[in-house]
Design a protein around this ligand. Sequence first.
Ligand SMILES: [Fe+2]
Length: 286
Amino acid sequence: MTVLSAPQLDLETFRRRIDDLVGNHPIVTENHYTRWFAEGDATFDDVVHLTVQFSVFSHLFIEAQLRKVINAPTLDAYRAGKEILLNELGVVFRSSSAGAAPEGVDPTLVSTEGTVDGGRFRFGAAHFEWLLRFGAPLGLGFDDLGKRRHATPATAFFCDELLRLYGSDEGSVAEGASYAVEHWAAAGFWKELIAGLEAFKQRTCPELPLAFWTWHDKVEDQHADHTADELAEAFHAPGFDPDRFLLGAAEILGGVEAFWNGLDGDRRRLAAPSELPSTPHPKDPS
Ligand SMILES: [Fe+2]
């Protein structure tokens, strides 16, 4: 990797560099799994497998988010991290723009913006509980979802990379990982999953509540608007190391890639168990 030192580097040059790295990463430009899923042909078993693996990532992400809060370099970053952490756990955002915050815990109702400061904690508003409600019509219960023991090696690898990079105590690495995760999340995978789930719901499982997925899609659209400011803030932070930022971004995208390509390999094996050899993904640590 070319060594970039901050004094020789202006923000716009760095922005082009990181946007090139993230925007052209294969898992952002061509996620084979979500592209296939969006076509709407996923079987019941495919949807169950996605739900279990996504629930592990989504639940263990809370550990990485807590580590990010603990390692936050500033009070502002600490509070920004807590907004995400506590909302994940069930504190409903209190929105200043939407008038009175709606009561209830349903993701079709609760705000996608605002602050947890002064917001109300509701058990049922935890994102994991939304996933439990999504999993119920699929026959998945509390014991079937969200635990590390349910992870495939590819999913476990991604979760470990989140802890190591997104939760890193090295500020530039954590910021780079965070920037890449936000860009990946805003690049459209939620919409592709929603398209596939809508088709599956119509065809197979009309009682399936999709709000876990649609709520997150709405949030990501808002996050995408904020990332430019966040990059400028990170760039001007004391001790900023552009190379470590790029490394954090590149390595977490390797974890993201392992997760989705792991699911893609699994669904191909599910479709033709006897025809395809069981080849682990190159990023698969097992
Ligand atoms: Fe969430």
